[in-house]
Design a protein around this ligand. Sequence first.
Ligand code: GDP
Ligand code: MN
Length: 369
Amino acid sequence: MKLHEYQAKEIFARYGIPVRNGTVIERPEQLDGLEIPYPLVLKAQVLVGGRGKAGGIKLAATPAEAREKAAQILGMTIKGETVRRLLVVEAAEIGAEYYLAFTVDRAARRLVAIASAAGGIDIEDVARATPEKIVKHHVDPTAGFHPYNAREMGRALGLGGKHLLQFAAIAHGLWRVCTEMDAELAEINPLAMVDGSLLAIDAKLIIDDNATYRHEGLPRNEELTELEALAKSQDLACVELDGDVAIIGNGAGLVMSTLDAIAHFGGRPANFLDVGGGATTENMAQAMSIVLRKSGVRALFVNIFGGITRCDDIARAIAAQPPAVPMVVRLTGTNEDEGRAILEAAGIHALTDPESAAREAVQLAAGAR
Ligand code: GDP
Ligand code: MN
C-alpha cells in the first residue's frame, strides 16, 4: 500500500526525521487562510513518482502566483492519476541533494540501505550511468542496522562532522520506519542540505499489503477502489475494470485465463474476484454481492474448478440468491454432481466447458446492452 507524501512525512516526523510540515488543500481558495511564509512549494499528492518532471511540483513567490499554480496542478493528470490534493509547504533553499532509502532486496533476502550523493533525480538513472555513486549496505537480519552502519554510509557519501551525525540519525530513523512499519520501501529523495542541515524534501513509503493489519491508524488505502476495499475487508481479492461482465473464479490462474477468454470472445470484464481455495457458501455469497454492486454490470460469469473448494458450497450460494443480471455458471470438480443438482433445482443449468461458457457470458452481456 502506497502512502501519499504528506502521510509518509507525518510518519517520518514521528521517527525524528526532519521534514517541513505543510498543509493539504483541495481548492486554490484554501491558500488564503494559510500562514505559510513565501516562497512556498505546491506539491501534487498522487501515488506515483516523478511528479516534479510532470509539472506537479511548483514554486510560488507570491499569493497570486500560488493561486494560479495551484489551479494549474489541481485536476491535472500525472501518470493516469488525477490530482485532487496539494501539499503546500514553505519552500526550502536547496543545496546538495542526497538519496536515502531502505527497501527489500529479494535476491539477497535482506533489507538493503541505499544512499547516494547524486540525489534529487531518478536514482535508476544514477544506478545505470554511474553505479559507483551509489552506496549500498545489506542489513544482516540478526544484527540489524546500527548508527555506526549509517555513519559508514555517510562517510562514503563524503559527509563529515555535524552533517555525518545528522545523516546517521536520519538513516537510523528511516531504518526504524522501514522495519517497524513493515515497509517495502522507505525513501527520501531528495534528502537535501538546507540552511546547513539535512532536510527530507520528499517522502515515499510503501507498506507491505500483507502487514497492514498490524498497523492501526494507517490512512485509507487509496490504491483500492471502494469495491476493492470492501472485498479486502472480507478477505476476498477483487479488482475493478471498466467492462460489463462480472467475473468470479477460484484461483489466480483460472481467473486470469477467464479474463483472457472473455476478451477473446470480444467481451470486457467489469471486474474479477478470486474466491480462492476452500471458499465457503458464505464467501461465495459475499463475492456475488460485491461484483454485482458495480454499476454497469450486464452479466455474471462464475467459473469454478472445484478442488478444495466444493461445487455444492458454491451452488448453494448461487441458488439462494440468483443475480438480477443474466448469469453463466461453469462448474466442474469436487462435488460437481451435488452442485449441479442444487443449481438445477433452482432452474439454473451449469456448463462444464469454460470456453463455451465464456462465449455465452459475452453474448449475454451484449444481449443486455
Ligand atoms: P518527485 O518529483 O515526485 O520526486 O517530487 P519531489 O518532492 O522530490 O520534488 C521534485 C523536485 O522539486 C525536487 O527534486 C526539487 O528539485 C524540487 N523541489 C521540491 N521541493 C522544493 C523546495 O522546497 N525548494 C526547492 N527549491 N525545490 C524543491
Ligand atoms: Mn522525490
